[in-house]
Design a protein around this ligand. Sequence first.
Ligand SMILES: Cc1ncc(COP(=O)(O)O)c(C=O)c1O
Ligand SMILES: [Zn+2]
Length: 405
Amino acid sequence: MDRFECLACGPLGSRDPYSPFCPGCGEPLFVAASPRPGGRRIHDERPLAIEKFAEFLPLERIETELSLGEGLTPLVRLDRVGRALGLDDIYAKNEAQNPTSSFKDRGSAVAVQKAVSLGTRRIGTVSTGNMAASTAAYGARAGLETFVLLKEGTSVSSLQAAGIFGPRLVAVEGDYGAVFNASLAIGKRLGITFMNSIDPYRLEGYKVTAFEIYVRLGRRAPRTVIVPLSSGGHLLGLMRGFADLEREGLIAAYPQIVGVQAEGCAPLVRAFDKGLEKYERLAAGPTIAHAIANPTPPAGNAVLRMIRERDGLLVAVSDREMLEAQRELASTEGLFCQPESATTLAALRKLTAVGRIKNGEGGIVLIVTGSGLKTLHLLVSAPIEVHRLALDGLEAGLAGLCRPA
Ligand SMILES: Cc1ncc(COP(=O)(O)O)c(C=O)c1O
Ligand SMILES: [Zn+2]
């Protein structure tokens, strides 16, 4: 049996398997770390990410056929971006390389392993896009009945990206936060294990990103990790991954973690700037960054607490800044991510400009959470230039487009 803990209440006696929240205080629950005598080992020789880092995960055994090969994503050097900012050692952890093109697959992989091991037949999720496709894919892989609740008005491409896997797709009218809470109560009555954004097993999957960064950097922690922030599940999973490495005595210093929100919907940045322990619900303003626009992030207070305890930072960037950063990552480094993911570079620019990030040792990692191919419709606001040439004028036209040698 796994043990659980709450940041405020400590270890828990028991837990409702259908709820990710602490019964005492209503804040998120985490799977408690379970140190092993003699320490935990990384199995480099095993093929799958969840097998390599199995000693850090709450899985008694791993059913390899449930995996879609998630994780083990490239850590790509961004030398042109670094030169433009006067910084050495900038990297992107390209999570768009996951099976359904976002980091969510790491969480779905672990949560589905757990669900199958417990004999669950029905799973579900409440999502605005990436998590819908990811949960539907892993549900299909495991042969589980899968329910995906999406907001009424979700883009056609998001519906298609999830629907192709054959889940029961349900568009729900109403407030996203309220649907999140309703899903847990309904799931309990109908026997549907909802693995939403802050599901404790999902977060265990996100820890693996921290382990992979550690290994790829030559078994050390980076100086800074910058990550887009919505519900808080991803950021907290990463932080718990680095905490595991620290607990095992594997890293000398804990990295600085920077969470990035969109200016149009930044309740956690607002609370952080005001020094509040709990965030205030804001009316969501306009932003193109739908995947990170959550006015009531369920792990928001836990994020504020962890970021404060570990000397991290929360910052907001505008839609224009994230679109510019998206264009820069694609055109100068060859990485096409969604604008939500490009918030990381926009934040790096901002923090460098005000001197809060300076050049130094250790490396800065941007977590590029999802693929730009999922949000092609957003390129409308930043058109792509097309040169029109007839075949008989092609050579002269191309010659005119060549850069002088
Ligand atoms: C591309 C992308 N980046 C970042 C996030 C934020 O992750 P979290 O809700 O775990 O904070 C999401 C969430 O859906 C996402 O789709
Ligand atoms: Zn609690």
